[in-house]
Design a protein around this ligand. Structure first.
Ligand code: NAG
Ligand code: NAG
Ligand code: NAG
Length: 508
């Protein structure tokens, strides 16, 4: 199919998928209509046959809150404001639930799963993977995004942010700041206990964004500590890069005997979640167009291609399906709508950044990604306006379109997505209305339409102050310990080599 043909087909598919997805999320999975408290989203359309899924997974709900917040704060769709007020209230309540993980002071803040009325869950099987350290940063990332929007001149709601929201935000930030280096369950089934790239990435964003917000509203008692710990987390994130095979490992557990090789889709999700075109193709934050993220997409994709029966005989022209990780056996180990949509979203996001910065830099690391389309691509800069740039962007766009169209084949006829694509037949498989799939659908549709999220706090290269700086924010200042300093210097040198630019002094 030509690009024009795949573009038309994707547009037609999205025009059906988008309304069905939005309706399912708002009316069938969320709040009283779904038998839940306001602001609470069940992980699937509540189903007596799947009681284990009919619960409030904080992580999955946050995946939905993220595009909802984009629609309010970036696209200006104020119809979601009442809904998001409920969401903020629900998130605030989650901190205080006394669960098997403890109370707010003893670990309850890490609880990952609740009943849909926010009651504690006692069933051990339902609670597999809880507590999880990604809860506080994912919750607070959403709250910070809402807070930054409320500070805008059009909202002028700084008093409420400082008096009501900041104590809630700061509770999570303090927890993250003092616990970021502890092992935790990761996000898949069965979860492994260790360090997780996904969790570290969310923690980094939370600490950076939190420090910036605290400064903006004059609550800056702890912000130097948050910035200092953020620098360490960013350092730690780089240790997940597999230098030899050139992909981002998802966990520190890389032992197949323990059920994990380290190849999985969590870093892919990080790349689209932390998409920020003001950071260019930055490797350190794993931007969608970064050489590392493109290489990882290819290397991990090849693994998934070989893992799922349906794709084992695919030609080079057919994109892979992505799943959880390449040892997955959960409900049979199938490709996920979630991860596969993310893989298309990564490329739509990348196209936005290339267009903004005006070139594609093919590096020795990203070369393998490009060579799959055309063996003539070489290590060089392809400038916007040149034939080479046009050809490369068309390859990337067409590849993303093909991923989407492959998923269309697995979409139920009513467009209400399920969890998986059957690994043998390519048809729909798993529980109906899985919100993780629905959130990813909203994400890829937004990216396809060119949604540009604001900078979330990582310092913008070459500029001391962020252009999206929230009112009264000052340039980051950092108090660091010596040990942190030295590893940071190594990392700075490394990133200078990688990017050819200098981080502004004190930017970490
Ligand atoms: C500030 O925002 C909160 C949360 O949406 C809202 O409840 C409150 O009424 C707002 N206050 C003002 C002055 O707009
Ligand atoms: C804590 O930090 C050290 C040093 O960066 C790292 O080696 C270790 O894996 C980290 N542990 C966790 C669980 O994050
Ligand atoms: C892939 O091709 C091989 C060899 O032709 C064949 O034996 C196998 O059944 C095929 N697998 C699928 C899933 O079609």
């Amino acid at each position: 199919m030509t690009l024009a043909e795949t573009d038309a087909a994707v547009k037609a598919y999205f025009s059906k998928l988008e309304p069905a997805t939005k309706k399912t999320l708002l009316h069938d999975t969320t709040g009283p209509e779904a038998g839940a408290d306001v602001g609470i989203i069940a992980a699937v359309i509540p189903d007596p046959n799947h009681p284990e899924f009919s619960v409030y997974w904080l992580r999955d709900a946050c995946l939905v809150y993220h595009p909802w917040l984009n629609e309010l704060t970036v696209l200006g769709d104020s119809s979601l404001r009442p809904q998001l007020d409920d969401v903020v209230h629900a998130l605030t309540r989650t901190q205080q639930v006394v669960s098997l993980a403890g109370n707010v002071f003893t670990g309850g803040i890490d609880e990952a799963v609740f009943g849909v009325k926010l009651q504690k869950i006692l069933d051990v099987k339902t609670r597999i993977g809880s507590p999880a350290a990604d809860g506080p940063p994912f919750r607070v990332d959403n709250l910070i995004k809402f807070a930054e929007w409320l500070l805008k001149p059009e909202q002028k709601n700084g008093t409420w942010v400082a008096d009501v929201l900041w104590p809630v935000i700061n509770l999570d930030l303090q927890w993250i700041s003092s616990h970021w280096n502890q092992s935790s369950w990761d996000l898949w089934w069965p979860p492994v206990w260790g360090g997780s790239y996904w969790t570290a990435s969310l923690q980094y964003r939370a600490l950076r964004g939190g420090a910036r917000l605290g400064r903006a509203i004059g609550r800056d008692n702890n912000v130097a500590e948050y910035d200092a710990h953020a620098a360490m987390v960013l350092d730690y994130m780089q240790t997940f890069w597999n230098e030899k095979e050139e992909f981002m490992t998802e966990t520190t557990v890389t032992d197949v005997k323990k059920g994990r090789s380290g190849y999985g889709s969590a870093p892919l999700t990080v790349s689209v979640y932390n998409f920020d075109p003001s950071l260019g193709c930055d490797d350190a934050t794993f931007q969608p167009c970064s050489p590392r993220a493109l290489s990882s997409l290819k290397v991990v994709g090849d693994r998934f291609k070989a893992f799922f029966p349906i794709s084992q005989n695919f030609t080079d022209k057919q994109p892979p399906y992505y799943g959880f990780f390449t040892e997955d056996e959960f409900i049979g180990g199938h490709p996920q709508f979630f991860a596969s949509f993310n893989s298309a979203e990564q490329l739509y996001d990348a196209l936005i950044t290339w267009d903004k910065i005006g070139h594609i830099e093919v590096t020795p690391v990203s070369l393998k990604f490009w060579k799959q389309f055309d063996s003539r691509v070489s290590v060089m800069r392809y400038r916007k306006g040149s034939d080479g740039y046009k050809v490369l962007t068309e390859y990337a766009r067409n590849w993303a379109n093909k991923i989407v169209l492959q998923l269309e084949k697995g979409t139920p006829s009513d467009y209400v997505l399920v969890e998986c694509v059957d690994k043998n037949t390519g048809g729909p498989y798993g529980p109906r209305g899985m919100i993780r799939s629905l959130a990813a659908a909203l994400g890829v549709i937004d990216a396809y339409h060119g949604l540009v999220p604001p900078n979330w706090g990582h310092p913008i290269p070459g500029s001391k102050v962020s252009p999206n700086e929230i009112p009264a924010a000052r340039p980051p200042r950092v108090a660091q310990s010596d040990s942190c300093h030295s590893s940071q210097d190594v990392y700075r040198q490394q990133s200078q080599k990688l990017h050819g630019y200098r981080y502004s002094q004190g930017g970490f």
